[in-house]
Design a protein around this ligand. Sequence first.
Ligand code: SF4
Length: 631
Amino acid sequence: MSDRPRGFRGFRRHRLGMIGLAMLGIAVVVAFVAPLLAPYDPYANVTITIADIFQPPSGSHLLGTDDGAKDVLSALIYGARVSLIVGFAGAIISMLVGGTMGLIAGYRAGWLGQVLMRITDFFLVIPDLALLIVLVAIVGQSLRNIILAIGLLGWTGTARLVRSQTLSVRERKFVLRAKAMGAGDWYMLRRHVIPQVLPLMLANTVLVVSLAIISESTLAFLGLGDPRLISWGQMLNLGFTRGAVSAGAWWAIIPPGLAIVWVVLSVTLIGTALEDLLNPKLTRHHLEPEEIVATSPSGAQPVEDVLLDVRDLTVAFEGEQGPLIAVENVSFEVGRGRVVGIVGESGCGKTTTVLGALRLLAPGGKIVDGQVLLDGLDLSRMEPDELRRLRWDRVAIVFQGAMNALNPVRTIGSQIVEVIRTHDGDITKDTARARAGDLLEMVGIPRRRVRAHPHELSGGMRQRAMIALALACEPDLIIADEPTTALDVMTQAQILELLEDLQEQLGVSMVVVTHDLGVVNDACDDVVVMYGGRVAEKGPVARVFREPQHPYTRLLLDAFPTIEDPGRPLVSIPGAPPRLSDLPPGCRFAPRCPSAFERCHEELPPLYVTRSGEASCFLLAEPAFAGDEGV
Ligand code: SF4
């Protein structure tokens, strides 16, 4: 389902990551079995003659000898031990120090956070290498001191990274909710913050390993390594200071240099792969089209008079335990000049359906099956460039929450001009400005407000401005996602009236996503009722509202007040829509359905043709429901 499996299975599919792992694996094995692999003991004392020094590669010394007549290959093999120990131990210290500093600074953003960040900044501006040299010179050149010095100086990058990630996680709604529940700081950090920060920290630690190896090699090269141990940096140092260059003994210098490159490259490849796998958000912005993985055969023919034809659309998101189906087999059509309302409670998949249809899903989400035909063009398989051109030109979207969808630092006019000129490079700025004024007037905003910033407009005006923005390129289809949410009743009515007028005036087709049945009743021709990511019922509004066939539609209507019957008691639907990670095995509505019976808990009901359209309920398959059949 998902093409980004988690854990080692996902890592195995990352080719560069696997190459890095194999390279590092070779280095680690060599370090472990050094005494078995090395032809000579580089730590042994040997009696030498002048002729033994800087011997070129031969059968007895595959990589020649160094200035002390020691076998270079054996030194290279033993050197892997020191370089890897310093690399990993230094990186772990950096991660612990930097991770703790970053977590505290991000979670306690007050004075404590500020103090910790100033300390971090202080260490950041001091040149690492200079400080490292001074520190090692003071504390002594033992392996333990070198590891501590590298670890304690290499934490600053990790601290900044962890802090920024913690700051962002701290503001998320689930953390605020946990706080509101009375959870303590340690609980919040352990259960909510650290699990979100850890993947990035892990990927960063792998990259810090390479920095630690380079630092150790540099220290050793400068003569500040542990003189009792052989490391690759030490080999380079001895090669350069004891005449390997003047003697032309390349074999004493090139192999340790290549060994350092080998290990640094391997951990960099692993770190990059981990970053890709653990944080897919790093690789894609949510307004970029996701990879196409739809599996249904393409080439379906467009239906006459149908502008948008959504067929069996299935959308999945990556979850901790694997893919989560957010929308499943959703099909509906939008006729030319018609308005279709998609309705249901929050979390039923309405917005995901329309964002999926336009391939504007949040990171981690993708279409895994189905087709979306706009005038016969399959959006689910379209190349990103083609899709980008088509958006706004043929289909525009009015996003939820106009204040967030409009750029707060730019005028309304400039944002409309930007859209017009992005899609029509030939249009002059003045013409585009004049058109922006026309559009604002069309939606009931005085032309002079083109110079207004979003914060200078009321909520209703901002929503009108969003609609003007959507009309900028005269699209065939407008998708309005909760266009009246957060507006007062009077403004809601005005916006709905505006949408109706524009639809009549321009003949544009619309999809209105809403949880408000009143909006559907007033503004839509057809309705799609969604529940648990599936279509519960669909058909012409007049018929579905007069004769609802699905228990969910009936309950939704019963929960909605009407002017015709003001005395009717309103019902509330007990429970809540299912979570994606915990979908019931049978009918998605079964746990809340007053009419549920055994079969409902075992099988998913198909869509049945009904008197008012189609509905997905086993009750419609009963013999009493004469004339209806499954589709
Ligand atoms: S299939 Fe069963 S549970 Fe689902 S809506 Fe119909 S009666 Fe209720």
